[in-house]
Design a protein around this ligand. Sequence first.
Ligand code: CA
Length: 246
Amino acid sequence: MLAGQGVVVGGERVHRILIVEDESHLAEGLRFNLEAEGYAVEIAEDGPAGEKALNEASEPFGLVILDVMLPGMSGFELAQRIRAAGNFVPILILTAKDAAQDLIRGIEDGADDYLTKPFHLDELLARVRGLLRRRRWDGVDPQGDSMRSFKIGATTVHFDRFELETPNGLVELTVREMGLLRALIDREGATVTRGDLLQDVWGLRADTKTRVIDSFIVRLRRYIEPNPAHPKHIVSVRGHGYRLNR
Ligand code: CA
């Protein structure tokens, strides 16, 4: 899991990014700008081509930028298939403006972040850097954050590496998984409401109707709990939210 997350060129790791986008002028514009930032970029023009590129990649991609409206297979369907195949590469969804329902659906299908079209290049680059942060293993925290790790039961959370050290081995977290865990850790021992988590971790309105938190909690419990069916570290508080116990 830890090997080969990027191509090494001149001693520096180059992140590989897959763009799945059928509007070629947009795809090429993104490629130009991302390459200017030092990323290695591949373009797939539809869903099946995107899936093929992921399956046949000689070096794993560090990020997928995924359009929703695609011929052959929607971006949502592709996101679902990527996750169903056990691939947890960060996914940034590009969706039409004002499509709140789209955003929720995309997150439920496995996207880590989203941008609405049209977007500013600066914003895209900021999201890309954020999503690739979990690929850094140098242990340097640019935020100067004092808390680098945290122990929950037999598991150690490494914030700077986006990793969990569990009795069963290392688990790499997505940006949202880490965001959720961090939100619970920040309020350790207290109940964090679902509304707070939707706002803080996903940037959604507190009253958004979605099951996204539930599926992420299931994932975190699978990593952290000795017996996920009877959680003792990430506890449900009926009608309110969740509480983290060490
Ligand atoms: Ca499109």
